[in-house]
Design a protein around this ligand. Structure first.
Ligand code: SF4
Length: 423
């Protein structure tokens, strides 16, 4: 079967492209053209979990990552997190479990929510090598590619794959003298360790054609992982990160030539004055391919509030042209997220995405309507326009005087009521 990219290149506007274009309010031909030239991707995962478009001309999308760790293995909680993410408005999920029955967890999540699901296959391949051979570094090429195939057949829609961690990237990291904050990508760190132990090149780089052939079979979107993303502000936009970006940009072109849709992942921890440069670099080097940004986290000193540090960065990033943002929860750097953290993270990311889209796409009509509803003290309209109607309703409702025309902030001195009589 042909991929969405191959069909778009043949000039065919598929039903899925039409449907996504309609939901975005853009012409179907515009989306087909963006898919054909690599400016957008359609994530569909063999039709499981619905579909989403990511890229040029489209609303900024939000991903919520869930998954077990060796410290907390609770399938029930992961499924609850998946439902909370969906109900809070996430566009995609990433199922990133590293412990427990990984096939069962992934398939359960795929069955539980009607959202496209992404993965990092390296996590499962290394976990299976550890379980089967006593060490994650016992992972061989066949196991790695077999896991990728297994996940693709299950209906995973996009995969973060760390192809850009190769000998050259690792050498650049060494030559620059390492990092203040170390290497924080689990996939990146594992692959560096595997290469060190085996003395071999990264098979995901060395056998890239084998990888894309598997992805093409199930039309999985290749998300080129950012294993060298900075984990500290002091390391932002360094040589190792840019080296990996250059390699990933070249690989994204190769993937496209093989009929596979591709996007690139980005940092990480970066100060706000470097966000624009990161987006420009990614877009220029990749020829405008979708940019999937992790955060970015804009200061290192707010543990417990990293959904806010990331939302600040995501809003700037989306405004400059980032297409897809991964949420960050309040438990970032501290522990595995609980369902409440997932909700906070998704809401913060959705707010950031909208703030960015107000600039990137000029989407301001809902804000205008809200301004008018506020002036009219039309509370039901305000709830309907709110990104989180239940929260808005609850806050007003739990305060004294919630039945009054105004709210309890200014009470009888409600500026809007006073001004209404003047203008
Ligand atoms: S009371 Fe104050 S905050 Fe509340 S609606 Fe009126 S002006 Fe706005």
């Amino acid at each position: 079967m042909k991929t969405e990219l191959e069909k778009a290149l043949e000039g065919k506007t598929t039903g899925r492209v039409r449907q996504l274009a309609e939901s975005e309010g853009v012409p179907a031909e515009q989306l087909r053209q963006a898919v054909a030239d690599g400016g957008a991707v359609v994530v569909s995962g063999r039709g499981r979990g619905g579909a989403v478009g990511i890229g040029r001309g489209l609303r900024t999308k939000v991903n919520a990552s869930i998954g077990t760790s060796s410290a907390i293995i609770d399938l029930g909680m992961e499924l609850e997190k998946a439902r909370v993410a969906r109900d809070s408005g996430a566009d995609t999920l990433m199922e990133l479990s590293t412990a427990g029955d990984l096939d069962h967890i992934r398939r359960s999540v795929l069955s539980e929510v009607g959202l496209p699901v992404g993965s990092v296959p390296l996590y499962q391949a290394s976990a299976e090598a550890a379980a089967g051979h006593g060490s994650p570094y016992a992972m061989d090429d066949d196991l790695l590619f077999e896991v990728i195939e297994r996940q693709a057949r299950d209906g995973i829609g996009f995969m973060a794959i760390h192809c850009g961690i190769n000998r050259r990237t690792v050498q650049v990291l060494r030559d620059q003298g390492g990092r203040e904050g170390g290497v924080v990508s689990r996939g990146g760190a594992f692959m560096m360790g595997w290469m060190g132990q085996s003395g071999r090149e990264n098979p995901l780089y060395e056998q890239f054609d084998r990888l894309v052939e598997i992805l093409r079979e199930s039309d999985v979107v290749l998300s080129l992982g950012n294993g060298m993303r900075a984990g500290a502000i002091a390391d932002s936009t360094d040589k190792a990160q840019i080296q990996e970006l250059i390699i990933n940009a070249e690989l994204a072109d190769r993937a496209r030539r093989a009929g596979v849709q591709a996007m690139l992942e980005g940092p990480g921890h970066i100060p706000i004055d470097e966000i624009e440069a990161n987006v420009i670099l990614q877009k220029r080097l990749s020829g405008g391919k979708p940019f999937y940004m992790l955060g970015p986290i804009t200061t290192d000193i707010a543990p417990g509030y990293d959904h806010i540090t990331a939302a600040i960065g995501s809003a700037w990033a989306a405004g400059y042209g980032t297409d897809f943002i991964c949420y960050v929860t309040p438990s970032e750097h501290l522990g595995l997220p609980y369902p409440g953290d997932v909700r906070e993270g998704v809401m913060a990311a959705r707010i950031a995405a909208h703030v960015g889209d107000m600039v990137k796409l000029g989407k301001r009509s809902r804000d205008l309507e809200m301004g008018n509803a506020r002036r009219g003290l039309d509370w039901e309209r305000q709830y309907a326009l709110a990104l989180d109607p239940a929260r808005a309703r609850a806050i007003r409702g739990e305060r004294p005087g919630s039945g009054q025309e105004e709210c309890s902030m200014c009470g009888e001195q409600c500026a809007l009521k006073v001004a209404r009589e003047c203008v």
